[in-house]
Design a protein around this ligand. Structure first.
Ligand code: ATP
Ligand code: MG
Length: 212
């Protein structure tokens, strides 16, 4: 199964969500890999920080659209779950990432909501959908603050769009950044609420995948 995590906007939580999902899946016993498609290679670096005694996650860097398509096919049989950590920059690569995913997760951060980037992304998304009409795409609200009305308004506005939304929302938690610089996921860190959130998202993704 391939889980694509993508968006056209940088810094919305693609790598954080990719790493946290991969860690949950690895602890659940799935043979898990992350394919990092961003030239900043943050998940590749993260894997270098990861202690070898932890459940294993293979992390490969593939930043070229064709190389991604060909190599994913080769490694697909060797893993139960491959998480593609997306790039905000090149739309051909974004299209390939969208088409490869059995499920597509699109993190959005309400506080930095950028209509322009979302519209541009939706253009790429609609185009990719012509190649794959059964696209299973979901927004994942990241850095959600339930006390800010604006955030709730945006959440309502997103419901109007043709893309579903994951029920699990990720709050702003220092633990995500702290775990990441240690090569960990929240599942392996001390903040139980972050652990619960990450586990809940992983379970929700698995439920969608099992119902495909
Ligand atoms: N829910 C959260 N709570 C607190 N910090 C977060 C959360 N999600 C992401 N961050 C932090 O925000 C920053 C950007 O997140 P991340 O690197 O996951 O985004 P990205 O979409 O992969 O960015 P890029 O487009 O640059 O690859 C990181 O420092 C990360 O630790
Ligand atoms: Mg990233």
């Amino acid at each position: 199964m391939i889980i694509s995590v993508t968006s056209l906007k940088g810094g919305v939580g693609k790598s954080t969500i990719s790493q946290n999902l991969a860690v949950c899946f690895a602890h659940m016993g799935y043979k898990t890999a992350i394919v990092d498609t961003d030239t900043n290679a943050s998940s590749v670096h993260w894997s270098g920080l990861r202690d070898e005694s932890l459940p294993e996650i293979t992390v490969l860097g593939l930043t070229d659209s064709e190389a991604l398509r060909k190599n994913i096919k080769k490694i697909h049989n060797d893993y139960d779950i491959i998480v593609i950590d997306g790039t905000p920059s090149i739309s051909k690569l974004v299209s390939t990432i969208l088409v490869l995913g059995d499920i597509v997760l699109i993190p959005i951060r309400p506080s930095g909501f950028d209509i322009w980037a979302t519209e541009k992304f939706l253009g790429t998304y609609e185009q990719a959908k012509t190649l794959k009409d059964d696209m299973q795409a979901f927004f994942v609200v990241n850095e959600f603050n339930p006390r800010a009305n604006l955030n709730n308004e945006i959440k309502d506005a997103l419901k109007e769009l043709d893309i579903d939304m994951m029920e699990t929302t990720m709050r702003t938690r220092i633990a995500y950044g702290e775990a990441s610089v240690l090569g960990l996921g929240a599942y392996e860190y001390k903040d139980m609420k972050a652990k619960e959130e990450a586990t809940s998202l992983a379970n929700e993704v698995l439920t969608v995948l099992k119902n495909l």
